[in-house]
Design a protein around this ligand. Sequence first.
Ligand SMILES: Cc1ncc(COP(=O)(O)O)c(C=O)c1O
Length: 382
Amino acid sequence: MTAVPFFRPNISDREVALVGESLLSGWLTSGPKVAEFESNFADAVDAKFAVALNSCTAALHLALLAAEVGPGHEVLVPTLTFAATAETVLAVGAVPVLVDCTDELLIDMEQAEALVTERTRAIMPMHYGGRPADMQAVCELRKKHPQIRIIEDAAHAFPTRHELGMIGSIGDATCFSFYANKTLTTGEGGMLTTNDEAIADRARRLSLHGLSRDAWARFETRSAWDYDIVEAGWKYNMTDAAGALGLVQLERALGFAEERRQIAMAYDEAFAEVPGIRPRPLGDISANACHLYVLRVDPEELGGRTRDGLIAALGEAEIGTSVHYRPLHMHSYYSKTMGFEPEDFPVAADQFSRIVSLPVFPGMTDAEQNSVIGAVLNFAAG
Ligand SMILES: Cc1ncc(COP(=O)(O)O)c(C=O)c1O
């Protein structure tokens, strides 16, 4: 059987050429390539503004600050997410209020609504695996409670569509990740998109120390040395070489997404009738970025064999896997500081014991896909 990594980056000669050109241009920090990447990305998600940053974590942090979320506020966060979604809430001095997930592994909007108080200032739906959260319900919640801002964690969700529009064009701010294994990569990187000019301006300013103008603007103007610190900020901007990488990856991203969808459909077909192995529903696949492909293992139907057994069997076949995620409330920091027990969010805790993410990446060969399918079927057959 062919060994399969969990993920393999897809970098062509075109990325190498444009990054090389950028490095030799004399402009290393945020400059023309970042500006072009921002403009093209905003167009791709139908957003008015895009601010390129050095991570999605930075984007989440700045989105919360720009939306004026801070001490005394509560923010609704799914427990089934990555560290960044909640730690940025803590970073601005607000309290993350964890919410259980649905069987689709998306934020449970009924529970979210029940947890709203007069201190709730934001909700952070996470589009798990590239499948959109229930944005209809999220937008209705905002209508009922106009103080609530929508800050989307779209680390997995380019390109993801919802009936309300492209992810990136719906909430007050949407935060994308361009980390190495994401659907579009700049090595490390992120993007904040918004239709609110005030949020875009403040995020951009905070990304560069709270300076009144960025280096690119300084370069273009005559008074190049002058700037004013209008508030205390951070250093979160994207380099131009990363912007160049992003520009080419963005051009290839729709093709990448189509490849991932084909792989997900092949897996779905192979596993549809296998007892004890339950694929996470993909929803409308044409709208799903298919960043992750997740199987659920039912030990009850597999004579007690578990998710960990499947991971070990795939490991022996040299197939990479991952688990997305141990729910936040089951990490020692959150359980100690907030007093959580695993059963406080029973759906997430149960799903966590069953889920495994299989390799899905553009450029995956037929032999690699067959190797993964064969190893899963072997395990299920006992
Ligand atoms: C759901 C989610 N949110 C946020 C992040 C943070 O992204 P970054 O590494 O670009 O900061 C990740 C990264 O894996 C993620 O999976």
